[in-house]
Structures are given as C-alpha cells and as structure tokens.
Ligand binder design. Structure first.
Ligand code: GLY
Length: 397
C-alpha cells in the first residue's frame, strides 16, 4: 500500500467504526439478499473484463488492470464456483451462461496431476454445479478429478504431496491441502472408490501430528523425507516467519478440520477445529473488525495489510463449525462470523458498484513475502464471502 492509500484505509476504517456503516445495522436477511444482488451485477462487469480463455484472479488497484490466469492456476475453480453460488440465489440467466461457459473451459483440469490443488479447482466449481443441477456429467468429472488427485498420495509420508520437489523442498505438504480432502470424501461417499476417503483421513491424521503447535496454530509447510516420511523441516512460504501464524493458513486449517469432522464424525477433528477457532478468535492481534492481518505475527501492525480472503474463509468455516456445537460456543462462532461478514459487506472492504473490475471484495493479500498480490481484490475472497452468506442464510436465518 502507498502511504496515501494506507492513510485513507485507516481513515475509512475509523469512520466506519465511528458511525457504524450501513452493513452494521442491516438485518442479516436483508444484507445477504443485497449482497447477492450486488454480486449478480458486479460479476457481469467482471465477465466483460476477462479474455475468453482465462479466469479472473486479481486486480491491480494502481493500474486498474485485471490479472486473468490460465486454467491450470490453482484458483481457476473460484470464478465458476462464485457464479454458481450467485446463480443459485438469483436465477439470473446471464450469470448461468457464464457459469456454464467457464465450467467447460476448466473441464480439462480433471486429468491434471501437477499439484495438490485439484479440490479447489474442481470441487468449488463442478461440486457446486452438481449440487445445484444434479447433472450426471458433472459427477463423472468429479470422480475423475478425485482419481487424478489421489495420484499425489505418497504412502511413505502418509499424505498427499502438495508441490513437486524443487530447489526449496523435497516433499512438501502445506496446510492448504486440507481443503482438497473434501472432494475425496465426497466422491467416496457418493459411491466412488472408498480409497479416496481413506487417503483423506490418513492425510488429515498426518497433518494433525506434524503441522500444529501446542497453541493450535499451524505451520505452513512441512517438508518430508520422501523415503521414510520423517519431517525434514517445518517452515513457511507465504507467512511472515517459519514460526508465525499465516492468517489464511489458519483459515485453511479451521475449514479443513471442520469438514473432516462433518464427513467422518471423528471427534478428534472437531476438537482440533475448536482449538483452531479459539486460537484465531482469542488472538490479541485479531483486529476489532475481525478481518485478520495477513499474518497474526505480521510486522508493522496496525499498519500491516489485511487479508479479506482469510476473513471470508474463516467466517465460512466458523458457520459450519457452529452447526456441530451448542450453547455459548455456537453463539461465539456464529456471532464472530456475522461480524466478519458485516465488515466485509461494509464500506471498507466491499467494492463500490461497477468498480474494482467487478470483483466483490478489496484488501486481500496473496503472498506478502513474495511481493505477490498485496492488498488487492482476489477471486477466492469473493468465493468464500458468497459461500459464507449462503451458509448463514441456510443455517441461521
Ligand atoms: N493455497 C494458496 C494460498 O492460500 O495462497
């Protein structure tokens, strides 16, 4: 952020809290409807701003240019997935046409085995498409995608390898990988190969053993010895330090163990998810608006950049976790998720109609240490924001 952008960000944040922005006072039903209506118009703008063979990723606020990427980028499923979530709520035919067009575009990913991200790419897109339409062809594509993802399972390390060996890592597994387990569970539970869910459970157990610190925060990357599965190194790639709590990583962990509990009913996963939620919600560096800095240990707080995507993702995960607990805990999770959604829907984070190339949310951070996607609209923030709105509507209205 430039100094001026940073100052205006702080000023707007202060004003929003001083006077409580509109999203703070709106009823949740009205807020959810208004945001899906907004998303419907905004994504028509976004659709016009991208080339036919690419998917929107982020926007550079300085130049106003959209960075659109090819189908093998790990985020290719979020745009089609967001379109399906918007279509489900609005039944808008233009949105449906764009959802169908982009599904076709990314379908070849079903045989992709180059990294672990196939769950993000295919379940957020085809998973939603199948849930909404019941179209058998989409189910077949998900079966094939699970089979491709399962090729990355390495029995020696009892986990799915995230990235291929390179000059930095021998056999890396990142906490983000927990998200890809949902597609494996789903395909097994739908009558597909039972081995996929066994892989997901084994991966979750290995991650439980090696990724977490006693306070339930997570390392980003565990580098394994591919021969015998011993841990070579506990490190980070996108966080502030090896020992820090990279915000989106904590979100992936929370979402991941919540979904593993949903799909297995194993109480160990529930306990883990609750521990992660408590780490996040009790953290002294979680700002008042509940949208995390890009790392819970980021330098230069309170001037450090935020990560709206972490806020959206954590909100969505907390809403699901709230389904599995009762009493004060449920209230705590749902109230915090609601505050996150109100912040995201308010003046500070949400784009103005027609602005930001058509993205919904501003102020996400992709990979700060790599100087990549800092303080930008990023597509996965939009996706988890929409998913969280849907979850709130389905479960708590
Ligand atoms: N899965 C990569 C990221 O969260 O940036």
């Amino acid at each position: 952020m430039t100094k001026i952008t940073k100052l205006s960000f702080i000023l707007i944040a202060t004003l929003s809290f001083g006077f409580r922005s509109f999203a703070q006072n709106q009823g949740m039903e009205e807020l959810i409807q208004a945001n899906f209506d907004f998303a419907k118009e905004q994504y028509k703008v976004l659709a016009k701003n991208i080339p036919a063979d690419k998917l929107p990723q982020n926007l550079d606020p300085k130049t106003g240019k959209i960075d659109a990427r090819d189908i093998q980028w790990w985020c290719s499923g979020f745009y089609p997935g967001s379109l399906w979530l918007i279509y489900e709520q609005t039944k808008d035919e233009t949105i449906l046409r764009e959802a169908l067009r982009t599904l076709k575009l990314i379908e070849p990913n079903k045989t992709f085995t180059g990294n672990h991200d196939l769950g993000f790419m295919m379940f957020c897109s085809f998973g939603n498409a199948y849930r909404i339409t019941g179209e058998q062809a989409y189910k077949d594509i998900l079966y094939q995608s699970a089979s491709s993802l399962a090729t990355r399972y390495k029995p020696e390390i009892k986990a799915i390898q995230s990235w291929n060996k390179n000059k930095f890592w021998e056999c890396p597994v990142i906490i983000d990988n927990m998200m890809n387990l949902e597609m494996l569970n789903w395909v097994s539970d739908q009558g597909g190969d039972k081995r996929y869910k066994e892989i997901a459970i084994t991966h979750a157990n290995t991650t439980l053993k090696n990724h977490f610190r006693p306070d339930f925060s997570s390392f980003h990357v565990i580098d394994y010895n591919p021969e015998n599965g011993s841990v070579r190194r506990k490190a980070t790639w996108q966080g502030a330090a090896n020992s820090s709590a990279w915000a989106r990583g904590q979100g992936w962990a929370l979402y991941g163990y919540t979904l593993m509990y949903r799909d297995t009913k194993n109480k160990t996963y529930l306990k883990q998810a609750e521990g992660i939620a408590d780490f996040i919600l009790n953290h002294p560096n979680l700002p008042e608006d509940k949208i995390p800095y890009w790392d819970f240990d980021a330098p230069f707080m309170p001037y450090a950049e935020r990560d709206a995507s972490a806020g959206a993702l954590i909100a969505s995960a907390l809403l699901e976790l709230g389904q599995f607990v009762e009493g004060n805990k449920k209230q705590l999770y749902v109230k915090n998720a609601e505050q996150m959604l109100r912040s995201l829907a308010g003046d500070v984070y949400r784009s103005k109609p027609g602005e930001n190339g058509g993205f919904l949310l501003q102020h996400s951070t992709g990979a700060f240490p790599l100087n990549s996607e800092i303080d930008r609209p990023i597509i996965y923030a939009d996706y988890y924001f929409l998913e969280a709105l849907k979850r709130y509507k389905d479960w708590y209205l």
